[in-house]
Design a protein around this ligand. Structure first.
Ligand SMILES: [Ca+2]
Length: 722
């Protein structure tokens, strides 16, 4: 007989947001309409001092294991392994996940949305959700993807065979459609089995893209600018009693211009970004409403423990002007001039852009705190946290100001549900959880926090919290780490962590710094890695670097080849891509496509001629090739990486008839979402115009294979000489 939990065991739901700041939902002071989340808070409890590891994969690893992220090898993004034990990227098998624990107790387990806890998203392996405790999974394994055209949806253990999405498709709705379907399926099979549902939204992470029906609600709503919106949020937070009397609003970030000093046309552009962000969150709230309606319909809302939170605070990574083509950053490229974004203003919020909002709005997201995602200041660490369980937690609308952290979530949920932690995990002795249950505080508003200290580290930024004091050290990217620039804050008089008491309390600071060091050694935090964004996202440890030369052959009639297979073959190096085909008189279509709207290239035959569209992360170039004769032929793209991100290419037919060399800069470095398609351009298009003319543009002739021959790296590539 399979294990069954005791009758009356509660369902458990976690709705997790991505890159959403403390102040972004209505019940934390926002003007964004989130009535369903607010209702959850109204029948539940809100935390004002809940903290997180301020970036995606680590926060999720901590949430799923009840352990500090570094101690489960996830101190950094799962797919950017810098080569150190605390940063490898896969949760070790001896750290049981909450899904494994609940499944062992007889729960049905479901995850939808963003995973971002596997180093290998290419082939099924023991780091994928269904191997880590989830019976059912529908979502994507990487860190981000588009909302209108997700790059690679995995359904349980296989890549979902999706060539194109129907009109009106939107990922946040799709995740909840599948969650609702899975829950319904479980109930239809078994009316009594409790379930654990992890809705891991990628909203409101970039690219900022929203449905017109949601966007229209917010048109013009942010024309007043970030200073006014931030002040209004702070006022509401005070009126709600969320921030104590006397709290100071942190100073405006010096990187953020006063709204009144922003030129009018840029004001309009910047407001569009925030309209999109608000619409995305509004949509996520509507989907919370749909889930609540299902639980209500099943009669199970009162006995469901419902958690709503975010992995980290709002992000400043787009800089003060925001960006329309964010993925340039993953390629180590500077943003395009704001003039380009102004010309393409209509792309903002659509599937054509890879937009991210300006720092001024990130500061609004994180009101009243300074700092952002990836930093260990208040704005990165502190996020909203709402728990509701109407049957058992009888403090509707309650507020808790005690300390809590993401590693406490799993022990809290196990405690509330009465499920014991696992002693064994995948045949090994299980590592114990490091978090402690917040259950006593949930049941009794005056109960003390179960833990009163916590270390934080992200991208060499550090912090240590102990008994109402927090020490924070923030770094400048790519510079030598400053080990002595700590600031010290006392929560009793400074909720927003905006007053530095370092001079007044040097002993306290020394105590916290020493405590950080001890915790860092105990949790595999060292060495600290403060390299630049380009290095963090692009440099690979030696054992993962692509070979100096290679030849890979790919066949058609299969799913898209993962970008992690393709990108190393073409990233900042010479390459030659040969397509062998048999062409008929009227045949046209895509021979192959790599990448998508964020960046990539597509080779196609249109009007009898060979053409290439090259999307250099928002810089578009077209190469014209020779006319294609009927019969068997080879179509070749030759590419040379010239250094400093520059490159050139030409199209050749059967190694004879060739087009002119043309500038194909910048070199593609990865950072796009889609891999290689043969014979069509699936889902997000490389060339928007081509999509409008021809859809996914399936080639009418026959393609035998596509061969990528990779040659020398650009002369300035860090490992160019071998
Ligand atoms: Ca995130």
């Amino acid at each position: 007989m399979p294990v069954r939990p005791p009758a009356g065991s509660p369902n458990i739901v976690i709705v997790y947001m991505d890159d959403m700041g403390w102040a972004d939902v209505g019940c934390y002071g926002s003007e964004i309409a989130t009535p369903n989340i607010d209702t959850l808070a109204g029948r539940g409890i809100r935390f004002t001092h809940y903290t997180t590891h301020p970036i995606c994969s680590p926060a999720r690893a901590a949430l799923l294991t009840g352990r500090n992220a570094h101690s489960v090898a996830t101190g950094w993004l799962a797919q950017n392994n810098p080569g150190f034990p605390g940063y490898f990227g896969d949760i070790p098998l001896d750290a049981p996940t909450i899904a494994e624990t609940l499944r062992a107790a007889g729960y049905a387990t479901i995850a939808v949305g963003k995973w971002h806890n596997s180093t290998n998203g290419v082939t099924p392996n023991p780091t994928w959700p269904t191997y880590r405790g989830f019976d059912r999974f529908y979502g994507f394994l990487e860190g981000e993807t588009g909302y209108f055209f997700p790059a690679r949806i995995v359904y349980n253990n296989i890549v979902a065979p999706i060539d194109d999405y129907p009109p009106g498709y939107y990922a946040t709705d799709d995740w909840m459609d599948k969650a609702i379907g899975f829950v319904t399926e479980i109930r239809n099979e078994d009316p009594a089995r409790p379930f654990f549902l992890y809705v891991a939204n990628n909203a409101v992470h970039g690219p900022l893209q929203a449905k017109e029906s949601d966007l229209s609600k917010y048109r013009g709503r942010y024309d007043g600018g970030w200073d006014a919106v931030r002040a209004a949020r702070f006022e509401r937070q005070q009126a709600m009693g969320l921030v104590p009397a006397g709290t100071r609003l942190s100073e405006r970030d010096p990187a953020v211009p006063a709204w009144d000093n922003v030129p009018a046309e840029q004001q309009r552009l910047f407001a569009r970004h925030m309209e999109t962000y608000a619409a995305m969150l509004d949509c996520a709230d509507q989907n919370v409403g749909r889930l609540v309606a299902l639980l209500d319909e099943l009669g199970e809302l009162a006995n469901t423990i419902f958690v709503f939170s975010s992995d980290n605070g709002g992000t400043n990574s787009a800089g003060p002007a925001g960006v329309l083509h964010f993925n340039r950053r993953y390629a180590g490229l500077p943003a395009l001039p704001v003039e380009v974004d102004l010309e393409r203003e209509a792309w903002i919020g659509t599937g054509r852009g890879s937009a991210l909002y300006p720092t001024g709005w990130a500061q609004v997201s994180n009101t009243p705190f300074p700092s952002y995602k990836t930093y260990t200041g208040g704005g990165g660490r502190r996020v909203s946290f709402v728990v509701s369980w109407p049957d058992k937690l009888k403090d509707p609308g309650g507020i808790r100001s005690q300390f809590g952290h993401v590693i406490d979530v799993m022990p809290t949920l196990l405690d509330l549900a009465g499920v014991p932690a696992l002693e064994m995990s995948h045949g090994q002795l299980a590592q114990p959880m490091q978090g402690k249950s917040l259950g006593p505080m949930l049941r009794d508003a005056n109960a003390p926090a179960p833990r009163n200290e916590q270390y934080y580290e992200c991208w060499a930024n550090r912090a240590y919290y102990r008994d109402g004091w927090v020490a924070v050290s923030l770094q400048k990217r790519g510079e030598a780490i400053d080990f002595d620039n700590w600031t010290l804050h006392a929560h009793a008089e400074d909720f927003s962590e905006s007053m530095n008491l370092r001079r007044q309390h040097p002993q306290k600071l020394a105590e916290l710094v020493a405590a950080f060091d001890e915790a860092a050694w105990a949790n595999l935090v060292y060495p600290l890695d403060n390299r630049t964004p380009a290095a963090k996202f692009l440099e690979l440890p030696p054992h993962l670097r692509p070979p100096a030369e290679s030849r890979r052959r790919f066949l058609p009639n299969a799913q898209t080849v993962h970008r992690n297979v393709i990108a190393p073959l073409i990233a900042n190096r010479n390459f030659k891509i040969t397509t062998r085909l048999r062409h008929g008189t009227a045949d046209e279509g895509v021979l192959f496509a790599i990448g998508d709207v964020a960046g990539g290239l597509v080779l196609y035959i249109e009007d009898g001629a060979l053409r290439l569209t090259y999307n250099g992360y928002g810089r578009f170039r077209v190469l014209l090739g020779p006319a294609v004769a009927v019969g068997e032929c080879r179509a070749v793209l030759e590419y040379e990486a010239l250094g400093r991100h520059r490159g050139r290419g030409r199209l050749v037919l059967d190694m004879g008839d060739s087009g002119e060399w043309g500038d194909l800069s910048p070199t593609l470095m990865g950072g796009f979402h889609e891999g290689l398609d043969i014979g069509l351009d699936r889902r997000a298009p490389v060339d928007w115009g081509l999509r409008e003319r021809h859809g996914i543009f399936r080639y009418g002739g026959a393609i035998y294979d596509v061969v990528i021959e990779s040659g020398p790296f650009a002369p300035d590539m860090s490992f160019a000489s071998g």
